[in-house]
Design a binder for this molecule. Structure first.
Ligand SMILES: [Zn+2]
Length: 248
């Protein structure tokens, strides 16, 4: 694995697999800086939509429509060229709140990418899975990653909190939360994705629970992608946050 050469399935360049400490996230394509996670996403899209895993940069399929939820900008750049693809956001246009998708998004796309988003959405998390199903056309494809492992149950870090704010208080990041009964809770030792003070992790999933949530939302053909694709530099990390595909 480490030191092996591969073709990046996003930009098409040859590269040497040489990750740093963060196997899944580090930029391991020396041309477009794609990570294992981004290349797994590209692999899941092309292998499910075309029936074979191919390089994104060689595709021109404007009849296939897709959206991402705050996708990595490099992956989004190549997806925009390959498909009729739009990246969407929670806080800026084009706006999409996956827990409550507005009518413009309902049954609007053939594929939806949600990479490390559902651990950040407010409870109840079921709403995000139901929203994902709503935006897809019948037969549409969801490609999902979340932090998950073989634990028996999903760990909700703040199970009583419905609304919250992140506060920078005396050099410490705090979560000030309000319960449905109106009581306040303060939590410290927060886990941020993307650097201190950014997006706080609200939960860590059980893989079996993710599959159950997908089934309950109306998905079928649910598959956890444990496969390596060495020719494309896809060497999955040890069973944490593997991509999952599902069909509406
Ligand atoms: Zn690349």
């Amino acid at each position: 694995m480490i030191g092996s050469s591969f073709l990046c399935n996003i930009c098409g360049s040859s590269a040497i697999f040489d990750p740093g400490e963060n196997w899944r996230e580090d930029a391991t394509c020396q041309t477009c800086n794609s990570s294992v996670r981004s290349r797994q996403m590209a692999h899941c899209i092309t292998s499910n939509i075309l029936g074979r895993s191919v390089i994104l940069s060689g595709l021109d399929l404007p009849h296939v429509q897709g959206i991402g939820l705050s996708d990595n900008s490099n992956l989004a750049h190549y997806l925009t060229r390959a498909f009729s693809y739009q990246n969407t956001y929670y806080h800026q246009e084009p706006l999409l709140d996956i827990c409550r998708p507005s009518s413009r998004w309902i049954e609007s796309v053939d594929f939806l990418l949600s990479s490390d988003v559902f651990e950040h959405v407010p409870s109840p998390v079921e709403k995000a899975f139901e929203g994902a199903c709503k935006v897809l056309r019948p037969g549409g494809l969801l490609v999902l990653t979340v932090p998950c492992d073989a634990r028996a149950q999903t760990t909700e870090h703040f199970p009583n909190v419905r609304n919250f704010r992140i506060l920078d208080f005396e050099s410490e990041w705090l979560l000030l939360g309000k319960t449905p009964e109106g009581a306040f809770e303060v939590h410290r030792d927060l886990i941020f994705h993307g650097g201190p003070g950014t997006t706080v992790e609200l939960r860590f999933f059980s893989e079996n629970h993710v599959i159950k949530l997908l089934e309950d939302a109306g998905f079928h053909d649910i598959r956890v992608h444990k496969e390596s694709v060495p020719e494309f530099g896809i060497f999955p990390p040890h069973h944490e946050g593997l991509p999952i595909t599902a069909r509406k």
